[in-house]
Design a protein around this ligand. Structure first.
Ligand SMILES: *Cc1c(COP(=O)(O)O)cnc(C)c1O
Length: 358
């Protein structure tokens, strides 16, 4: 199998997902499993399918299409607010989508009518992160507009997103505003909403036991917690999740003692940055055949004892090996744990072999 290689442990992701479903169920919260962080391989969807999640959610229609065509039999939710140009195709593949534009909703309702198809939407509400969502002061206008839509387009609920664009975190007070927004929509529709979706991993799993979610919030859309067992936005450990879900394996192509201070006039590196190095004398260093074209380097953590990342260019990752208990050789494999940005880039790169194991 060719290197570099991303080795994914599906059984660990499955156990994380099961643990999240169980934990959330204790608070009356259903979980949608979000697959986009790993570019939604069918193997992942199959591993998550029987964990108790109530839908598979992804930001890209191409991912949903692939999983659905592979026979994954859960409802699919498109969680990036849709492009006008993809609405028609979306009706063929996604059961649920997110909405924050009344014109798009009107067009979608007309397409449901034309294609005689049912579709459900979650109205997104912006509670401060300033990515997608209606503003809370638009609620009357939204309620009046959605109550006039063709019922083939079902208003399923309301949702919020935190920590994505601005790092704004959930708190009970802002979640209360989601409940109020939903209440106005319910009055206009004359019925209850099924879904009050309180966000993604950010802070939610770390603080669920401390009463972060007011009664009434009954859904979360979880990617990072399942895929990595971490919460990058809240920088919190989630002790009841496992982190060993995947590793990057890269191969050493040079190992040699070299100075730590570059020799000669310093210009800019390949990415236009002025590098800065500390003189630590001569040290053993290695070159791995993986680079910025494959992975977001800053988001890698070495798993082999004594390995430190020095820097990287497009195709080379330089590591300090001086403190390795056993000196690595050319041809040896070193392992790294990806955080979210590294997972995203590795899973997207065509140069990285993917291995999905149980
Ligand atoms: C990516 C995303 C999620 C999942 O976020 P995680 O932090 O990976 O749990 C949930 N909702 C929306 C709208 C998203 O775009």
């Amino acid at each position: 199998m060719s290197n570099p290689l991303l080795r994914v442990h599906l059984s660990v992701i499955r156990r994380n997902t099961e643990a999240i479903v169980k934990k959330c169920a204790g608070y009356g919260i259903s979980v949608w499993g979000v697959t986009k962080g790993l570019s939604a391989p069918v193997e992942l969807a199959a591993a998550m399918r029987d964990t108790g999640i109530t839908a598979i959610a992804d930001s890209r229609l191409a991912n949903i299409k692939r999983m659905k065509n592979a026979g994954i039999d859960l409802p699919f939710a498109l969680i990036r607010i849709p492009m006008r140009s993809e609405l028609e195709e979306m009706l063929d593949y996604a059961d649920i989508s997110m909405a924050s534009d009344l014109g798009t909703l009107t067009e979608l309702a007309a397409l449901c009518e034309k294609k005689k198809k049912n579709h459900a939407v979650i109205l997104m509400v912006d509670l401060g992160d300033l990515r997608e969502g209606f503003l809370t002061n638009q609620v009357e206008e939204v309620a009046s507009a959605v109550s006039k839509l063709n019922p083939l387009l079902r208003i399923m609920g309301v949702g919020v997103n935190f920590a994505c664009a601005s790092g704004v975190l959930a708190n009970s007070e802002s979640l209360q505003k989601l409940l109020v927004f939903g209440g106005v929509i319910e009055s206009a529709l004359g019925r209850k909403l099924e879904i009050y979706s309180g966000g993604g991993t950010a802070k939610s799993l770390a603080k669920i036991d401390e009463g972060l979610f007011p009664a009434g919030i009954n859904n979360l859309r979880i990617g990072e917690g399942c895929l990595l067992g971490t919460d990058k936005c809240y920088r919190a450990d989630i002790p009841w999740l496992q982190k060993g879900t995947m590793e990057l394996e890269a191969e050493l192509v040079e190992v040699r003692v070299k100075p730590t201070l570059p020799v000669g006039e310093i210009g800019l590196d390949a990415f236009g940055n002025a590098p800065c190095f500390e003189d630590r004398g001569n040290r053993l260093r290695g070159i791995l055949a993986v680079g910025k074209q494959d992975v977001y380097i800053d988001s890698l953590t070495p798993l082999d004892e004594g390995v430190q990342i020095i820097t990287a260019s497009s195709d080379h990752l330089l590591v300090d090996l001086e403190e390795c208990p056993e000196k690595p050789k050319v041809g040896d494999i070193l392992k790294f744990r990806p955080a979210y940005p590294a997972m995203l880039s590795l899973s997207t790169s065509p140069y990285v072999t993917k291995v999905y194991e149980d």
